[in-house]
Ligand binder design. Sequence first.
Ligand code: GDP
Length: 287
Amino acid sequence: VQWFPGHMAKARRQIQEKLQLVDIVYELLDARIPYSSSNPMMNEIIKHKPKLIILNKADIADPNVTQQWLNYFKQKGQPVITIDALHQNAIKHITEASKEILKEKFEKEKAKGLRPRPIRAMILGIPNVGKSTLTNNLAKRKAAQTGDRPGVTKAQQWIKVEKELELLDTPGVLWPKFEEKRVGYNLAVTGAIKDTILHLDDIILYALDYLIAHYPDRLVERYNLSGQFEDKVAVLDEIGQKRGFLQSGGYVDYDKVYEILLREIRSVKLGRLSFELPSDIPTSEEK
Ligand code: GDP
């Protein structure tokens, strides 16, 4: 998806229409890069709607770092859970957290004599955070139920997830952050944006820098390296030599090294990695 101001305004408008139908919003983030995978205007768009942050892809993120993010959001009073969108227990997790967040609202409705009703929710997030994967997981349990709701122009489809939870079948797609260079690299390394937007070699050098700083042992182990990390090109050379990615004349084929590194980072060959810490959030963004 290419995002232009017109597209953003339209996405925002469509989401705000649907927001009227739901009790709670699920902000889906990539657990490996929770800040980089957030939409810059999320809170402005959803206003005062209750929000549950769902750190998805927790199965491939560094568990220690994920714990830091959980603490970070909890400290701010922001409800948060981690899931793996493909896993069966994601459903229970989400339902329980939603009930907890909306407990007061539903108790008030009950006290007013209103009939108990399921919680209505919608998923929001930037491309590639796992919105469709999660929706499909939630939908396949019970056959997706459809139903028109009065007062809605376009027929909305609701997926009955649990007795107590209904999900809007189409997630809201929001644009990613564009401003910060670091964010762009994080989105590229994790595969959220197409590799072609940034130069592949820049993405790899960024990722390599991060791995050297945070996961040097994983690099050493995976590529059987000497552990000398002062010179990045020398590290690429070493990986190329060890893997036999050589061109005629014995020169290292860097394109091959880049490709392998990126693929192995994404496919957890270097273990579960995270690329962002709560302390990476610019202070100007702290609200
Ligand atoms: P969407 O654009 O937000 O709808 O994202 P998708 O649902 O299409 O997911 C993007 C990619 O991430 C797909 O390749 C999914 O298989 C993968 N994915 C989604 N959720 C998870 C998860 O929890 N764990 C892992 N390991 N991969 C996931």
